[in-house]
Ligand binder design. Structure first.
Ligand SMILES: [Zn+2]
Length: 214
């Protein structure tokens, strides 16, 4: 572990700046969060992409969102195989321990993971097809989604980015504790997609099976 180094200077500087201003001005709020614990109203599942900033989009403060990020905001199907499932663990904790009222899946434009999935499904990304590719095997979750959008004309990337949200929403319902909370009226699922360049936000209208502007 000798290769682990102290933080770069620019981050140390930024941290001290935040401690002196952002933290100092909201000190009481931070103290309260520390003593009372977290009670987030929503869990958000978004992409790791650095351009996706769910707390900015919704003006959320610390303690409001329980956020899980992974490549292409995907929820895998419910699977009890004893393996290490990070997304499923976060979901289980949010729904059963924190009892969040909402789970929001947030997709986005120009998603590199989704583009990789398209390339893989169309035979242009042999490196992703390897058994050893973590990204490739993760993106297998979206293969059924690709099959659904492959014939659609127009912008395939946008179609699959939105489909990634729908696939995740479908997979969410395969988790017994999610289905139960939804059936009991304690939990609501939501799917949204954001256009990074335009700052746009669309939601999935399940009844109409299409995305509409918020
Ligand atoms: Zn992405």
């Amino acid at each position: 572990m000798h290769r682990v180094r102290p933080l770069p200077a620019y981050l140390v500087q930024r941290y001290h700046g935040w401690k002196a201003t952002g933290y100092q001005e909201n000190r009481a709020w931070y103290k309260r969060l520390a003593t009372e614990g977290q009670r987030p109203r929503a869990m958000v599942i978004s992409c790791c992409d650095s351009r996706v900033h769910v707390t900015s989009i919704f003006g959320a403060d610390q303690g409001e969102f329980f956020i899980h990020r992974n490549i292409a905001n995907l929820v895998p199907p419910f699977e009890q195989d004893g393996a290490q499932h990070g997304t499923s663990a976060a979901l289980e904790y949010a729904v059963t321990a924190l009892a969040v009222a909402h789970v929001i899946v947030l997709g986005h434009s120009q998603c590199g993971g989704v583009q990789g999935c398209i390339d893989m499904c169309e035979g242009r990304a042999p490196e992703l097809e390897k058994e050893t590719s973590f990204v490739g095997r993760w993106m297998d979750i979206l293969r059924p989604g690709y099959e659904r959008i492959r014939e659609t004309g127009g912008d395939k990337a946008t179609a699959l980015e939105k489909e990634s949200v729908v696939v995740s929403l479908r997979n969410l319902m395969t988790f017994p504790f999610v289905r139960e909370a939804v059936d009991d009226g304690k939990l609501t699922l939501h799917g949204v997609w954001t256009d990074i360049g335009e700052g746009g936000l669309e939601y999935w209208d399940a009844a109409a099976d299409q995305f509409k502007p918020v």
